[in-house]
Design a protein around this ligand. Structure first.
Ligand code: ATP
Ligand code: MG
Length: 385
């Protein structure tokens, strides 16, 4: 029988929270594998999936669960000498050098780890031609894990998972999701730290096309592979942009837009019980991502932290993550974003707070925010099976 052995890393650091983290991980795995045939069990603080049909799908899904560091697909046999020897006789090595490592989790097993390892090494040598043992730099490692449930698990591959903390264990937050490359990456990075995401998208229909919105839904879909279902709030920004365009100096357009986005985001956070705002900003990338711009923008947020996990990343590094989480190809589809509509030629790079506040006096802010909120459309986005 096959078994998938699961390893979690950082959880053990969490002291008294450990139990909660393990429970969350356990439940998140169960939820992720919903619809598949499987059994998830926990013995001696270790997690394992057995009794499944579709190994490939099970493994694929498990590699997107935050909190898991690695996994191995093992053969499960009875933990007695005969069946382990018999199994090892049939091992056909892939590489020319190998090593056997034994972990005797069950000390009742009569042979010590080192002795068993060398005995199994001999058996494998006998049945493979032209191979040798290399204890320090083997090309293939045969791992034998003997557990207290009376079973032995044998495997030779370790598949890396995402790491991070189980989804939801850090709370919930609101991702400002544009159609660009950076914000999906920002969402992935914070979800990895245990934040369950909701997303907020501003569109400028009819200046932006329905396809531009569909693109954001597709991005949310990709993200939901890591985040379970995502509640996506779509808000029309058209009135706001038209008003700013009409009444404010063009070079302040983006600053004021971003301040209004933040006000709306914080209202949604309060209403939905979300503890932080997440953006894909990266220092110096564009005019609105200077320290001065961010100071003026976040000044309107009263008591919600803004997380900007991409702040210190180069574009290439962000793209690497975007490719890994499969959002890149969607992000580069050529639909316009609301920020590119009415784009001024020379946005201020170092806006001052009093200047922004003076510009805003020309607007009926409260009514603009209210109207925008009234346009809200909510879409529940699930992974695309
Ligand atoms: P991205 O690649 O994420 O679009 P960007 O480099 O294009 O980022 P900006 O357009 O300045 O940068 O946006 C900075 C951040 O503001 C985005 O990462 C996103 O979090 C948020 N944002 C921008 N436009 C929108 C939008 N239309 N709806 C929701 N959030 C937005
Ligand atoms: Mg953008």
């Amino acid at each position: 029988m096959k078994a998938v052995l699961l390893r979690f890393g950082e959880l053990f650091l969490k002291g008294e929270n450990r139990h909660l983290f393990e429970m969350a991980l356990f439940n998140n795995i169960k939820k992720k594998l919903q619809g598949e045939k499987f059994k998830l069990s926990k013995t001696q603080g270790r997690l394992m999936v057995t009794e499944f049909d579709d190994e490939k799908t099970i493994v694929e899904k498990l590699t997107t669960v935050f909190g898991l560091h690695s996994l191995s697909v093992a053969d499960e046999l009875d933990a007695n000498e005969d069946s382990i020897y018999e199994y090892c006789k049939n091992i056909k090595l892939r590489a020319k050098t190998f090593k056997v490592e034994v972990n005797r989790g069950d000390k009742r097993f009569p042979i010590k780890s080192m002795d068993l390892a060398s005995k199994l090494g001999e058996i494998i040598l006998e049945n493979n031609i032209d191979v040798s043992v290399d204890l320090f730099n083997p090309k293939q490692k045969i791992m034998v894990d003997i557990r207290a449930n009376g079973k032995a698990y044998i495997y030779d591959k370790v598949i890396n998972c995402q790491g991070g903390l189980p989804l939801g264990t850090s709370g919930k937050a609101l991702l400002l999701l544009s159609g660009g490359i950076d914000s999906p990456v920002a969402g992935y990075m914070m979800a990895k730290r245990g934040l369950k995401l909701e997303a907020l998208h501003f569109h400028s229909y009819p200046y932006t096309s329905p396809e531009a919105k569909q693109k954001v839904v597709s991005l949310a879909e990709k993200l939901s592979n890591y985040n379970d279902e995502i509640k996506l709030h779509c808000i029309s920004f058209t009135n706001v942009q038209e008003a700013i365009h009409k009444y404010c100096s063009p070079e302040f357009m983006i600053t004021i837009m971003r301040r209004i986005m933040m006000r709306i985001a914080e209202r949604i956070c309060k209403r939905e019980g979300l503890g932080a705002i997440i953006t894909g900003e990266s220092l110096g990338q564009v005019a609105s991502q200077t320290m001065q711009s961010m100071t003026v923008t976040e000044n309107v947020v009263e008591n919600t932290p803004i997380f900007r996990p991409c702040i210190g990343m180069d574009k290439e590094d962000i793209i690497t993550v975007a490719k890994k989480i499969d959002t890149f190809e969607t992000s580069i589809l050529p639909y316009e974003d609301c920020c590119t509509v009415f784009l001024p030629k020379n946005p201020v790079i170092k806006p001052k707070l009093h200047q922004a506040e003076n510009e805003e006096k020309k607007l009926d802010l409260e009514s603009l925010v209210e109207k925008a909120l009234a346009s809200e459309e909510v879409i529940f986005v699930k992974p695309n099976e």
